[in-house]
Ligand binder design. Structure first.
Ligand code: HEM
Length: 403
């Protein structure tokens, strides 16, 4: 297959917006990659996994800003400072230092806190019989957890979330229009984080920020600017992704009531259920694009240096060569590594925290909200967004017995 003979993935078409998995499924039947307006979109599991591990590729960094005419200034500097956009030795150094603080052990120690927040929010919601699942649970749950984990004082969480959302506009395609708003949010967040760093320097706590400040390798520490960028990275990468993942989960379970009942009856399936949700209805279908630094060969096809390749992880996760009955939502399925958290050097740093949130929340929700059904129009971010999902999800349910 050559690029000109590859099928076309119309990312901006109505079909993809409405039924992304069906569109990807039909393209996957035709070949392992398709042409998209951004570049070749890789669709099958094996080449997506290979692509994520290739060192001759880099993440786009500030390229999408440059395409919009923004080549210098605060937005470009900020974009380049994100862990995801660093490359090679620079990335390796940052990742090694951050990984000393953001450990699986720290996340596991935090599990009881995650459970307590889930219990509290579910109890309040369960008493009502009807709720906007996003406003009543998915958003406050993920926001509280991320802020507490990182070390953001509770009273500031909403303000910080608003700044992080404005900063998120930097990843879209209408940055020029939003530039003043994004810059204002960045300056506010910088001031706030700098004060927080000072406070932790005087009095360290048991939170990620204090651990990041203490993370050291052979005398090397993160600078204040790197710490600031790291906190902004966590806030941008950690909340919406997990909030929307929970929203998708509720939608999938409402469409598969037998699976909801199964989880209520078998809370021991929590780990499997979390994995299946992330595979079947990921909050990021498209995955993170990669740019070829040199000519790269994938499955016998050469892509020229400079090509933007899209590893469509949401499509790879439905590849029937790897997942039996791939289009079925089955929390009891044999576990196979889904690719929603990416792969290779940039593999999601927060995957363990996201998993713990899903593993704790889903069985508790299933036990407390019986027979949930949609109760009105939901509002959605489209699948073309880096992170997508319902922003409003009205549901009705019967009150269940707690576990
Ligand atoms: C369901 C929730 C989540 C999803 C679907 C998700 C997805 C991703 C993806 C696709 C990547 C890029 C991987 C690649 O290109 O190879 C990534 C990277 C990253 N994620 Fe997540 N993520 C989630 C939750 C979180 C959380 C909770 C945090 C932090 C609190 C987090 C922090 C990060 C960071 C810092 C990176 C950059 C890693 C690097 O470049 O080395 N993520 N995530």
């Amino acid at each position: 297959m050559t690029l000109s003979s590859a099928p076309v993935l119309d990312l901006y078409g109505e079909d993809f917006r409405a039924r992304p998995h069906e569109v990807l499924g039909s393209l996957r039947e035709q070949g392992w990659y398709a042409q998209s307006p951004i570049g070749p979109a890789v669709l099958r599991y094996e080449p997506v996994q290979a692509l994520l591990g290739l060192r001759q590729l880099r993440t786009p960094g500030a390229d999408f800003l440059a395409l919009q005419g923004i080549t210098e200034g605060l937005l470009v500097d900020t974009m380049r400072s994100f862990l995801l956009n660093s490359d090679g030795d620079v990335h390796q150094r940052l990742r090694r230092l951050v990984s000393k603080a953001f450990t699986v052990r720290r996340v596991e120690d935090f599990r009881p806190t995650v459970r307590a927040h889930a219990d509290e929010l579910i109890a309040a919601m369960a008493a009502t019989g009807e709720a906007d699942f996003v406003a009543a649970f998915a958003e406050p749950f993920t926001l509280r957890i991320l802020c507490e984990f990182v070390g953001i004082p509770e009273g500031m969480s909403l303000e910080v979330k608003r700044w992080a959302e404005d900063i998120g506009l930097m990843f879209g395609l209408s940055v020029t229009e939003h530039a003043p708003r994004i810059e204002a949010a960045l300056l506010n967040l910088h001031r706030f984080i700098d004060d927080l760093i000072e406070a932790r320097r005087r009095e360290p706590r048991d939170d990620l920020l204090s651990a990041l400040m203490a993370a050291e390798e052979s005398g090397d520490l993160l600078s204040d600017a790197e710490l600031r960028a790291m906190v902004i990275t966590m806030l941008s990468a950690g909340q919406g992704t997990t909030q929307h993942q929970l929203g998708h989960a509720m939608v999938a379970f409402m469409a598969h009531p037998d699976q909801w009942q199964l989880l209520a009856d078998r809370p021991d399936l929590a780990v499997n259920a979390a994995e299946e949700v992330v595979r079947y209805c990921p909050s990021s279908v498209l995955g993170v694009p990669r740019i070829a630094k040199v000519d790269v060969e994938l499955q016998g096809t050469v892509f020229a240096a400079g090509t933007c390749l899209l590893p469509i992880t949401g499509s790879a996760n439905r590849d029937s060569d790897v997942f039996e009955n791939a289009d079925a939502f089955d929390i009891g399925r044999k576990r196979t590594a889904q690719l929603t958290f990416g792969g290779g050097a940039h593999y999601c740093l927060g995957a363990a925290l996201a998993r713990v949130q899903l593993q704790e929340a889903l069985p508790r929700l299933a036990a407390s909200l019986r027979k949930p059904v949609p109760a009105g129009e939901a509002d959605w971010l489209p699948p073309t967004e880096a992170v997508y999902g319902p922003t409003r999800l009205p549901i009705a349910f019967q009150q269940g017995s707690s576990q």
